[in-house]
Write a protein that binds this ligand. Structure first.
Ligand SMILES: [Zn+2]
Length: 342
């Protein structure tokens, strides 16, 4: 299977440490900040021993050392999928089988509302010294750049405005050649929609996105599905389309499976875990092509090194009392680790 930038594959990666990294991260040595109009972002990098910029990276948001709040206009797009094939199992029943992000969960909330209430969008207390309530990505990015953010406390990266705008798109019918509803009780729990072809699915999302006039390159569209995975249990991706003025976008699935078997015996992708993974990687590598100094993780994808491990920031409390599973992420120094550290 061809792996593209920004794509995840749970079965093809061995989570672990960065091995054999090089160079020293020095945030004071920034040479090339850039503010571009289509999406506020900054360019920085790992500094080489002689002070020149190596492994430059582009991230969403302003310069953490000097700017205030960046709010990226975000659209949440519930994507209802109707599978024309089913394995006829007790879990799935006969075709067609519909996976609807407006399905009501056991806590009484629809999937889409549970996502809106999650720390992806709804700020929660993260202890960063000031009693702030922060969104997940804001807390992570502030921690990533804490060395300068503690001197520039007004820096934030937010998804907004809140409440997040929900855009509607027509349901997508999945022909039998492209996917099937399958009983995945042994791995993730219950009936899952499995889409076979990554490229076909990306094409369908691009078609849906093209009819949404609000979606522009300075905005972030998030396509949300319920219990639908790509073959190899890939539950999300972040991608960019176009060259001169790229449109970034995310697809992530919400997994409400009970996860009895999970992946290698661990439950690794509950509720918003996939979405948290993709939002973080989008923020730190929006175009999916930033090289990292770490040979074992050559792209600067901050979620991948902890994929498949039960590392979570679990949050329940404010909002609706639901226990959310947010994936842990590696901080930037991980990618320059000289030996196995994490
Ligand atoms: Zn990833």
């Amino acid at each position: 299977m061809q792996l593209n930038a920004g794509e995840d594959s749970r079965y093809e990666e061995n989570p672990g440490d960065c091995v054999g990294g090089a160079d020293v991260l020095d945030l004071r040595r920034h040479r090339a900040w850039a503010e571009l109009t289509y999406m506020e972002r900054f360019v920085h990098g790992y500094a080489g021993r002689r002070g020149h910029l190596v492994y430059p990276f582009t991230m969403v948001g302003g310069d953490p050392s000097s700017t205030g709040t960046t709010t990226v206009t975000t659209y949440l797009i519930p994507f209802k999928l109707v599978f024309q094939a089913s394995d006829q199992s007790q879990a799935c029943g006969s075709a067609p089988v519909t996976f609807d992000p407006y399905k009501v969960l056991s806590n009484g909330q629809a999937v889409v509302d549970n996502v809106i209430s999650s720390p992806i969008f709804t700020p929660v207390p993260f202890s960063q010294g000031s009693g702030d309530t922060l969104q997940y990505i804001d807390a992570f990015q502030r921690a990533n750049f804490w060395g300068v953010v503690q001197g520039n406390t007004s820096y934030h990266l937010k998804l907004g405005p809140l409440p997040v705008t929900v855009l509607q798109t027509p349901p997508l019918v999945i022909p039998a050649a492209n996917g099937s509803a399958k009983d995945e009780t042994g791995t993730l729990g219950g009936c899952m929609g499995i889409v076979y072809d990554w490229g076909w699915f990306v094409g369908q999302i691009l078609i849906a996105m093209s009819s949404l006039s609000q979606v522009q390159p300075n905005t972030l569209p998030i396509f949300l599905t319920d219990d639908v995975f790509l073959t190899s249990i890939n539950g999300g991706f972040h991608l960019a389309t176009g060259t001169s003025n790229p449109q970034t976008y995310i697809w992530a699935t919400y997994n409400d499976g009970s996860c009895p078997g999970g992946f290698n015996g661990l439950c690794v992708a509950q509720d918003v875990a996939d979405l948290s993974h993709e939002v973080a990687e989008w923020a730190d590598d929006p175009f999916g092509r930033t090289s990292s100094p770490c040979p074992s993780y050559p792209l600067l994808e901050v979620g991948d090194p902890l994929l498949g491990q039960q590392h979570y920031y679990s949050y329940s409390g404010a909002n609706n009392g639901f226990s959310y599973h947010l994936q842990d992420l590696v901080m930037l120094p991980f990618f320059e680790a000289q030996t196995g550290t994490s």
